[in-house]
Design a protein around this ligand. Structure first.
Ligand code: TYM
Length: 336
């Protein structure tokens, strides 16, 4: 007799993160914080998207250590490897295989509209490779293999998620109900954390100016120093406004970390200067990240356990991925 388990009735969640450098406060507030909060209610699958990382040139030893470190951060956040499926993307070959299939159902024109492709090809003009262009098909494969209902991401990934949805709908229209069409799950605050040095740009681990971003593993002193140096404006009022991008970014960060509304924060800092405000934001962020760093230092020192956990995750992931992949292949007409 077939028994329905709790896992079967829970809605599904999937998300991934690239191991391309230090993970930042932007990654944390835009996505990872939700990954953690969703693990209780949902059946969650989370992966280190290492295949995506080579769309820009990586130094092999550095890439390897970043893959370990990203997986260790996922554990340090408190994500439970028994309850969730947590793995490294390249360990499950169906991701690359389905990406090929899906790329044949994706139009050149729609890929060309991707803003990330335009930004990254401007930044890496000497290496505009086909992988960088086809990246959203791989991301669509990551998602569609696991039939998630929700995909927790920051606002910058919304466009990629829309193309994944379009591909799923297109495929289903031809072949029947193969893929689930997922919804993005974007936080109300922290969805777009901006650079501390240039608030018109997204906070990014690839920014050469280290003062522009806060790493999840930064020390308390470094975090506070970076916030003290954050670019603001010539006014002295802590107030949310489109004309005050630096202060508004800090407000958004403080709000995402403390759960306070903009109005509450404006009241809290009424009559106080930017110095007090920046220090408060720095301290709140440092306090939020401190337990993650402490847990990380322990986890990263036990490579054996780390390996046991990512192998366990890959086995679990592969069982799900294989089913969806073969179903899609069969529908298209391959001999299995
Ligand atoms: P990646 O690795 O650049 O970022 C991981 C997550 O962090 C979010 N994020 C931010 N959120 C708010 N403010 C910021 N400054 C900020 N910077 C990054 C991103 O939105 C993302 O949610 N293509 C993806 C990885 C990926 C993926 C997937 C995601 C591969 N396959 C399948 C979801 C589902 C990426 O490059 O994210």
């Amino acid at each position: 007799m077939c028994q329905i388990t709790e896992k079967d009735t829970k809605k599904k969640v999937l998300s991934c993160i690239q191991p391309s450098g230090m993970l930042t406060l932007g990654n944390y507030l835009g996505a990872l914080k939700n990954w953690v909060s969703m693990q209780e209610e949902f059946d969650c699958t989370y992966a280190v998207a290492d295949l995506h990382a080579i769309t820009v040139r990586q130094e092999p030893a550095k890439l390897r250590s970043q893959i370990y470190s990203t997986f260790a951060i996922m554990l340090a956040l408190g994500l439970d490897p028994e309850k969730n499926t947590m793995f490294i993307q390249s360990h499950v070959p169906e991701h690359a295989q389905l990406a090929w299939l899906l790329s044949c159902y994706t139009q050149f024109g729609e890929m060309s509209r991707m803003t990330q492709f335009k930004d990254k090809s401007a930044k890496h003009a000497d290496n505009i490779n086909v992988g960088l262009f086809a990246y959203p098909a791989l991301m669509a494969a990551d998602i569609l293999l696991y039939k998630p209902d929700f995909v927790p991401v920051g606002a910058d990934q919304k466009q990629h998620l829309e193309i994944a949805r379009d591909i799923a709908v297109r495929f289903n229209n031809i072949y029947g109900d193969v893929f689930t069409v997922p919804e993005p799950y974007i936080p109300k605050t922290g969805a777009r954390v901006m650079s501390l040095q240039d608030p018109s740009k997204k906070m990014s681990k690839s920014d050469e100016n280290v003062n522009s971003w806060v790493a999840i593993l930064d020390s308390k002193d470094d975090i506070i120093r970076k916030f003290k140096r954050a670019v603001t404006d010539s006014e002295t009022v802590v107030r949310y406004s489109q004309d005050k991008p630096g202060i508004s970014n800090l407000l958004g960060i403080y709000s995402a970390v403390t759960g306070k509304s903009n109005e509450q924060i404006e009241r809290e800092f009424e009559g106080k200067g930017y110095g007090d405000f920046k220090l408060a934001v720095g301290e709140a962020v440092a306090d939020e990240l401190a337990p993650i760093k402490a847990a990380y230092d322990k986890i990263i020192s036990d490579k054996g356990e780390l390996e046991r956990l990512y192998r366990l995750g890959a086995d679990k992931a592969e069982r799900v991925a294989r089913k969806t992949y073969f179903k899609a292949m069969k529908k298209v007409g391959f001999v299995l």
